[in-house]
Design a protein around this ligand. Structure first.
Ligand SMILES: Cc1ncc(COP(=O)(O)O)c(C=O)c1O
Length: 323
């Protein structure tokens, strides 16, 4: 019976290769963050994917979708703009499936991202740091139109991105919980919110609230975007969101540290932003399950120092110090 329960779960199960082991991530309760006994807060640990982020699901879906459509063949160059995680996931998958990968990314992302991309053999093209991920998107679109032999999956406009969540992440959440009062995730491409949002609304109707954590304009949090910055990814259907709540860079950092200190959860900075909103929503409820997504783990942000500084120093940090 125990063996049956562990089938295809991260601590058990058996997979033919690392790509097949993507997904099936744990859903972990965070009891110390719960504001009242009837409200339970759950973290979906997408950080437990092979390269440490939610984007492993998406990268696999983007490449397999292109393969199924006959749009790519091994040996071809894949080109994608990314703030880091999608690039790292694509790099792993392209390496194993025999594609070349070129990623366009802002020059001011943390050095760990560059190292991880190089480690899997990707070529990196840097876009101006002050233009953020919008600058990377613009540059990649230009490069793709200049070189038609490249294939650009374009996660911002490709339905395979939300579908990876509709057919994966959300199904796994529903296998574990009979009721979800709120689902909270960060807004990057919008894939996580759209895919999970659609499946959870189909299951629970209006009883589930889909909540986006959005950075304040001009206060970037790596992996997230403000819709006020002038680019709304084509896969986003705003009407699926019940709420969109702003998070400051400062709160993202403070909550990243709270997750570590109070729950032992070593997560990336966007997860701090997302957790702060999840706890706020939980405080507004009388009962129910609040699920939030841990988009990645903390390894790529270690150089920022936020995990090891005395907590008072973290509280006093000026925002936008590292990116
Ligand atoms: C660290 C991190 N958090 C959150 C997100 C947001 O996910 P999505 O693109 O599905 O909106 C991303 C996406 O790039 C990310 O890299």
């Amino acid at each position: 019976m125990a063996a049956e329960r562990l089938r295809n779960r991260p601590c058990g199960g058996r997979y033919g290769d690392i790509v097949q082991s993507i997904g099936n991530t744990p859903l972990v309760e965070l009891p110390n963050l719960s504001p009242k006994p009837g409200v339970r807060i759950w973290a979906k640990l997408e950080s437990r994917n092979p390269t440490g982020s939610v984007k492993d699901r998406v990268a696999r879906a983007l490449i397999e979708d292109a393969e199924e459509k006959g749009a790519i063949a091994p040996g071809q160059t894949i080109l994608e703009p990314t703030s880091g995680n999608t690039g790292i996931s694509l790099a792993l998958i392209c390496k194993l499936k025999g594609y070349r990968l070129k990623v366009v990314m802002p020059e001011n992302v943390t050095p760990e991202r560059t190292q991880l991309l190089s480690m899997y053999g990707a070529e990196i093209v840097y876009s101006p740091g002050d233009q953020g991920s919008n600058g990377a998107v613009a540059m990649a679109l230009e490069m793709a139109s200049a070189d038609p032999s490249c294939y650009m999956p374009y996660q911002y406009g490709n339905q395979a991105n939300p579908n990876a969540h509709y057919n994966g992440t959300a199904v796994e959440i529903l296998e574990e919980l009979d009721e979800v009062a709120a689902f909270v995730a960060g807004l990057g491409t919008g894939g996580t919110l759209m895919g999970n949002g659609r499946r959870l609304k189909e299951t629970f109707g209006d009883a589930v609230k889909i909540v986006a954590a959005e950075p304040m304009q001009g206060e970037p949090v790596q992996g997230l975007r403000s819709l006020d910055d002038g680019f709304i990814p084509p896969i986003i259907d705003i009407s699926l969101l019940d709420r969109k709540i702003f998070v400051t860079n400062h709160d993202a950092i403070v909550w990243t540290r709270k997750l570590l200190d109070e729950e032992g959860l070593f997560a990336g900075v966007s997860t701090g932003a997302i957790a702060s909103i999840a706890v706020r929503i939980a405080g507004e409820l009388e009962e129910g399950n609040v699920v939030f997504v841990v988009a990645d783990d903390g390894w790529k942000y270690l150089s920022s120092g936020i995990y090891t500084l005395p907590v008072e120093e973290v509280e006093n940090l000026e925002s936008t110090v590292w990116w």
